[in-house]
Design a protein around this ligand. Structure first.
Ligand code: HEC
Ligand code: HEC
Ligand code: HEC
Ligand code: HEC
Ligand code: HEC
Ligand code: HEC
Ligand code: HEC
Length: 266
């Protein structure tokens, strides 16, 4: 756990380091050129960074919970960090917002309406949302915050709601058909929707993680004694597998669960 976290951090540490040095560079010389690969916090014309503490006066609740968020791990109350990991890394420099007494659309960015600030740091997500099958985020029909909580301790958590795996609660808001309770539950659903679906986008139909029966055989493959035979659930599937995928061949169309059929036929 610990070492994999460190691994995850590595590319970001580099990004953050780049961003910090660029910011320092920009403040010391006005004619330096920036490259597109450098993280640029949302710009607010004429405003400067003030730090998280200044936001607390009017947004106490959010400022109190934010230190628990993954996004505040890098934060220090030190000027060079304000724009790269504080509130202002997503919302833009806050001085003019505060001078004006705050307010909606008053010298401040809200990435709940436009995900661009998120994409500055998570550039690879732009590519994922551009894949042939994707959630319509870049089209403006939904947003990162439909599934992610930007301020809280758990970036996946949805307040309220019980029963489903925490990530799946987000999906349930919009996909009731797949998340309702079934008489014949598919145990393959236990580890969550992302066992089979890419949440952002995929090259495969229905945003699946794999396009063919390997999606299912990953969990359902059995010891083969005769290599020409594919056994699934003690039934010889060798002939079936050439008829299409497990779900399109008309055999297990109710992959998410069934009200009537234990074999998830329909
Ligand atoms: C990782 C990016 C990110 C960081 C860092 C961040 N916010 Fe936000 N903030 C958002 C997003 C996204 C929304 C839109 C939430 C929504 O629409 O549900 C938002 C919304 C808000 C709002 C509008 C009220 C609301 O809940 O919709 C306020 C106020 C706010 N943030 C203050 C802060 C403060 C103060 C901090 C630092 C303590 C902070 N934010 C840090 C992304 C961020
Ligand atoms: C003097 C009080 C005050 C301070 C200080 C303040 N804000 Fe606000 N802010 C407001 C008010 C009032 C609103 C409008 C009501 C709301 O959305 O909560 C607002 C709204 C916002 C919104 C939503 C904007 C929108 O268009 O939806 C964000 C984001 C935000 N503030 C971020 C910040 C950040 C980041 C800081 C610190 C740098 C900060 N605010 C400091 C008063 C303040
Ligand atoms: C200033 C750069 C920056 C911005 C802006 C930013 N992020 Fe992040 N994000 C990070 C860093 C750094 C991490 C930490 C990576 C880690 O801990 O593995 C992270 C982690 C995450 C994670 C993964 C958390 C986990 O536990 O695996 C999600 C989800 C995420 N960000 C979503 C968002 C969303 C949504 C927005 C916009 C509201 C956003 N980010 C804006 C830098 C940023
Ligand atoms: C439909 C819901 C949904 C939307 C919309 C969404 N995400 Fe995610 N995101 C997820 C889920 C679920 C995971 C966990 C993936 C996993 O565990 O395999 C995730 C994981 C992540 C991660 C960490 C793991 C990774 O894949 O790198 C980041 C960073 C992230 N999302 C950023 C974003 C940003 C930025 C946006 C908006 C531009 C966004 N997400 C929109 C559901 C969503
Ligand atoms: C805010 C609403 C919303 C949330 C939350 C949401 N989705 Fe979606 N989902 C959509 C929309 C809108 C589409 C596109 C539907 C279309 O184009 O017909 C979609 C499409 C899909 C598709 C492809 C459907 C098809 O017929 O091609 C899958 C699979 C999917 N979502 C899974 C998920 C998963 C898994 C989650 C949770 C990680 C999730 N969704 C969260 C709104 C949402
Ligand atoms: C994450 C692992 C996993 C994945 C992926 C998975 N399943 Fe399952 N599935 C299970 C488990 C566990 C059971 C219950 C034990 C058993 O019957 O093997 C099960 C049960 C079933 C059953 C009921 C078997 C019976 O006789 O009661 C069917 C049918 C089924 N799965 C079809 C599929 C199909 C089709 C796919 C691909 C779309 C799939 N599964 C993907 C884990 C998985
Ligand atoms: C065991 C693998 C598996 C899991 C887990 C899974 N799905 Fe699916 N899902 C599929 C397959 C396969 C299809 C394609 C079905 C088809 O084309 O008939 C699909 C299709 C969909 C669709 C498109 C509409 C439809 O029913 O064809 C949506 C939306 C969807 N899934 C949402 C979800 C959500 C939300 C979750 C989590 C609660 C989830 N899925 C978990 C395998 C899975």
């Amino acid at each position: 756990m610990h070492s994999s976290r460190l691994k995850d951090w590595a590319p970001f540490s580099f990004l953050i380091a780049c961003a910090i040095s660029t910011l320092l560079l920009l403040s010391s010389s006005s004619c330096s050129s920036t490259t597109r690969s450098v993280v640029v916090p949302p710009q607010v014309e004429g405003a400067h960074y003030v730090g998280n503490q200044k936001c607390e006066d009017c947004h106490a609740e959010i400022t109190r919970q934010f230190p628990g968020s993954v996004h505040s791990r890098f934060f220090k109350e030190d000027e060079s960090y304000h724009g790269v990991s504080g509130c202002e890394s997503c919302h833009g420099a806050g001085s003019k917002h505060i001078q004006a007494g705050g307010g909606k659309n008053v010298f401040i960015h809200n990435p709940g309406k436009d995900p661009q600030p998120c994409l500055e740091c998570h550039q690879e997500k732009h590519a994922e949302f551009s894949l042939p099958q994707h959630h319509p985020v870049l089209e403006g029909q939904m947003n990162c915050v439909d599934c992610h909580d930007p301020h809280g301790r758990d970036i996946f958590k949805q307040p309220g709601g019980l029963g489903l795996a925490r990530q799946d609660q987000q999906c349930a808001q919009c996909h009731r058909e797949q998340t309702r309770s079934f008489v014949f539950v598919h145990e393959g659903m236990q580890d969550g929707c992302t066992t089979c679906h890419q949440p952002h986008g995929s090259i495969h139909d229905k945003m699946l993680t794999q396009r063919d029966s390997n999606l299912c055989l990953r969990c359902h493959s059995q010891m083969q004694f005769d290599p020409s035979q594919v056994l699934v659930g003690k039934v010889d599937h060798s002939a079936f597998l050439s008829m299409g995928t497990c779900w399109t061949a008309g055999c297990h169309t109710a992959v998410h669960g069934s009200m009537v059929n234990p074999r998830l036929l329909y």
